[in-house]
Design a protein around this ligand. Structure first.
Ligand SMILES: N[C@@H](CCC(=O)N[C@@H](CS)C(=O)NCC(=O)O)C(=O)O
Length: 232
């Protein structure tokens, strides 16, 4: 039975800007699993009400509904053990769990400050008021205030990414010889930025920039299917 993957879209269907759903899309491709995508917008919670919560990604795999990108990665790993591994081994799963938490708390924390006002510009018209209200409540400031100091916000993101760059200067993938779920975690953040902002997270000539280009090439250029804000 085909897996159903629930994803978030912006103003157009092609604008898949969610970092967390990119993790799942890459994990499905890594496992070589076929799936169908169901798109929803922020304010279309009725489409995912069956899951008992309000966030994506979600997958429906047969009778099973799995929410949360980490839980989905573990589900895919455990349910399809004969397919290429996302973690390599139990130690790999445990250390990738750290990368998952670090990405969500540190990298996404810094990146959301840089991107917040830009995200508002690319979400669907019907989502704009919801996005502004929920995020301004979260930050206690307007979106524009959070994102005002662009240079400083970009510097904070690049500083957070410095250890990733240093690692990739020594090995081609965070997964070692080939891409693994740790790569998809960081790549999700890059895709978030690609969809919404002209800011380049990695400077050309760096190991991080070369890695992102390799990531964009994976699975027949899956990552490149996302419109690039820097080129539009
Ligand atoms: N920890 C969750 C976070 C999921 C999450 O925050 N998803 C966002 C999209 S990136 C969402 O669905 N937001 C909907 C909303 O804010 O209403 C995961 O890793 O899956």
């Amino acid at each position: 039975m085909t897996i159903i993957f629930y994803d978030l879209a912006g103003a157009t269907d092609a604008l898949r800007f969610s970092p967390n759903t990119w993790r799942t899309r890459m994990a499905l491709a890594h496992k070589g699993l076929s799936y169908e995508t169901e798109l929803c917008r922020f304010t279309e919670k009725e489409k995912i009400a069956f899951s008992g919560q309000k966030l994506v990604p979600i997958i429906r795999d047969g009778e099973r509904v799995v929410c949360d990108s980490w839980a989905i990665a573990c589900w895919l790993e455990d349910t399809y053990p004969d397919r290429p591994s996302l973690f390599g081994c139990d130690v790999g799963r445990a250390t990738t769990r750290f990368v998952n938490v670090w990405t969500s708390q540190v990298l996404h924390g810094a990146l959301s400050r840089l991107l917040l006002a830009d995200i508002h510009a690319i979400v669907h018209e019907k989502d704009k008021a919801y996005f502004r209200e929920t995020r301004e409540k979260r930050y206690g400031k307007t979106l524009e205030e959070v994102s005002a100091d662009r240079d400083r916000n970009l510097a904070a993101v690049r500083q957070a990414l410095a250890p990733v760059n240093a690692t990739l200067a020594q090995q081609d993938w965070l997964g070692g010889d080939g891409p693994a779920y740790a790569d998809y975690l960081i790549f999700g953040a890059f895709q978030w930025a690609r969809a919404v902002s002209a800011a380049a997270l990695a400077e050309p000539g760096t190991a991080l920039h070369a890695w992102n280009e390799r990531m964009l090439d994976l699975y027949d250029g899956l990552g490149r299917s996302l419109p690039d804000m820097r080129r539009s």
